[in-house]
Each structure stands twice: as C-alpha cells, then as structure tokens.
Design a protein around this ligand. Structure first.
Ligand code: ASP
Length: 326
C-alpha cells in the first residue's frame, strides 16, 4: 500500500543552506558565475494587469536570488539548478511541480531532466504523477542509477526506494490550471507557458542545465515532451554550453534543439548567440518557443520566437535582470 505524505514547501533560507552545505563551503568570492533562468515561453498578453506582472517578476527575482546565493557561497552549478527549479516547482504560477498543467484526462504527468556538463552525466523522469519535485528525482536518477530516464510507475517506485515521499495527485490540483484545461478543450484559449529551466556556469568552470514541466495543457495521457529528453529540452557540455528549452515540445524534439546549439558551436565554430539564434529563429517557426543558454566563457543568451518568455539572468559582474517581453 502506498503511503502518501505532503511535502512541505521549504523556506528560501533552508533551500540555500542545504545547497551550500552539500557543495564546497568556500567563503564568498568574486569568482565568475552566470545563472540564467526561464519560467516558460508562449503567448503572454501584454495587457495582463500590472499586479500579475509584478508577481511573476518577483518570483523570477526570488528564483535568481536563490541561485545567486548558492553560487556566491561556493555552491555548484548543479545545486543552483536543482534549488532554483525546486522553488519554481513550489510556485503554482509555473507549470512545474505544484502548478503542473492538466492532461486531457484531468490528471497531471510531469517531466524533468538535469545534466552535468563536466562529464555528460544526466538524469530524467517522465510521466511522474506523485512527485512534488521532479527535478530532484531526475538528479537522483543521475546520481543513484545506471540509467538516464525513468518513467511512470518505475520512476515512482525508484523514488520510494531512495526515500522520496510520494504526494497525492490532488496536491497538483489548482483552479487556474483546471480553468485553462476547460478553455483549451472548448478552444477558447490556445498556447501554454510556465515550464521552468535553469542553466549555470559556476565558479569551478562547470556548466549545468535543468528543466522541469507539467507538459502541455490537454496533452494525451502518456505524452512525453522535450523537457525530460537529453539533447531536446536540456543539454550541458563543458566543451560548449548549457541549454534549457521551453515551448511546443514536439517541435523541439524534431529539431533536437538543445544538442544542436552545442553541436553548432562545437562542429561549426558558431558563438553561443549564433547557434541559439539559428535554432530558434531559423530551424523553428514563430510561436514554437525559446531557450536559455550559457557558454563556458559565461556568455548567455535567451532567444524566443513567441510573444514572451519569463526569464532572468544574474552574473558575478553585477548583472541582474528579469523580463517577460522583448
Ligand atoms: N516544452 C514543454 C513540453 O512540450 C512545454 C513548455 O515548455 O511549455 O512539454
């Protein structure tokens, strides 16, 4: 018999402390880091009320500050990626964890992946229905199994075997997402956003990337998007860059977007911006989505071909910005 337990939303301070203690405890340094985040690309109306806009920008800033804090105290890029995405997974505004969208059957199926650019280690979960923090389970797949991707019941059995509590499926029920499902089913509304991603260059020169999502509203049960697929929605390689994508997953899978950004750099000598622009503006079509990426030199880019993409960047040289539209 399954024992369900609600996992409490961890406080910001605790998140940071845990991450820092599990990483190198260096004193604060001025060493170089870059962290870039996204909270999904899509049709984001410019006429959303200012109060709503402010809540999104505030969440993006909080997420960036969690990552910054970890990186400034000697934490690793992987820790920053995981803890930033844990924060988003606890914020119902974003389509990951508690805010995951509904499938056409009125259920929730979440996907996530994480990758370590040092040695191409990676882990992913797909179709999980009772995991509050899919990105953390993806990291456990990477660190504790010989596999890359675990899905559905197998992923949840693995979670229990390593002490991750399952949550009841009602944990993911939110009125806003239910309304979106009904609007989508009546074809009143199109589009989707809210997937979350984070890419980091840490002070050790390592690149890391992660992506977490509930997928697309009204998707068929069993549908898996690009987010848990290494090379499609997520990729990191210390030779080139770290990438996290968001948008219409099928298009990102067909174009192997995340890996291709890295490949264009490695094989064709493109810069990060050239490679990312090639994929987003030339290979994909308008309204397909966007990506965030950082390279080994700390350069970053955040292109998207939708009306908006929730996004932000912070660097050791003092850049700190959060944005929604161009
Ligand atoms: N790419 C995600 C998927 O297709 C959705 C998104 O990024 O909004 O599952």
């Amino acid at each position: 018999m399954k024992i369900f337990r609600l996992v409490p939303v961890t406080s910001l301070a605790l998140l940071c402390m845990t991450a820092i203690s599990s990483a190198q405890m260096n004193s604060p340094t001025s060493k170089k880091y870059t962290i870039v985040i996204h909270g999904g690309a899509g049709t984001i109306s410019k006429s959303i009320p200012d109060s709503v806009k402010e809540t999104y920008l505030k969440s993006l800033s909080t997420a960036l500050n969690i990552g910054k804090e970890i990186l400034e105290h000697g934490g690793t890029g992987l820790d920053a990626v995981e803890k930033v995405l844990n924060y988003f997974e606890s914020d119902p505004k974003f389509n990951a964890g508690i805010g995951a969208v509904y499938t056409s059957a009125g259920t929730h199926e979440m996907d996530a992946s994480i990758m370590d650019g040092r040695d191409l280690s990676c882990g992913a979960v797909a179709g999980v229905q009772h995991i509050a923090h899919p990105i953390s389970l993806a990291r456990l797949v990477m660190e504790k199994t010989p596999h890359v991707l675990l899905a559905y019941d197998g992923a949840e059995k693995f979670a229990q075997s390593v002490g991750v509590a399952l949550v009841p499926s009602t944990y993911f029920d939110t009125p806003e997402r239910l309304k979106q499902l009904h609007e989508m089913q009546k074809k009143i509304k199109e589009g989707n956003h809210g997937t979350v991603g984070c890419v980091v260059l840490d002070e050790y020169g390592n690149l890391a990337a992660g992506t977490s999502t509930g997928g697309m509203t009204n998707k068929m049960p069993g549908r898996i998007g690009d987010s848990p697929l290494i090379g499609d929605g997520t990729y990191a390689n210390n030779k080139t860059c770290a990438v996290s994508c968001t948008g219409w997953g099928e298009k990102f899978i067909k174009n192997t977007v995340a890996f291709n950004v890295s490949a264009l750099m490695e094989y064709k000598g493109m810069t990060l911006k050239e490679a990312a622009d090639e994929m987003i503006y030339k290979r994909l079509q308008p309204d397909d989505g966007g990506l965030i990426a950082v390279d080994r030199g700390g350069n970053y880019t955040m292109p998207f071909n939708t009306t908006g993409m929730f996004r932000g960047v912070a660097t050791s040289s003092g850049t700190f910005e959060v944005k929604i539209w161009k």
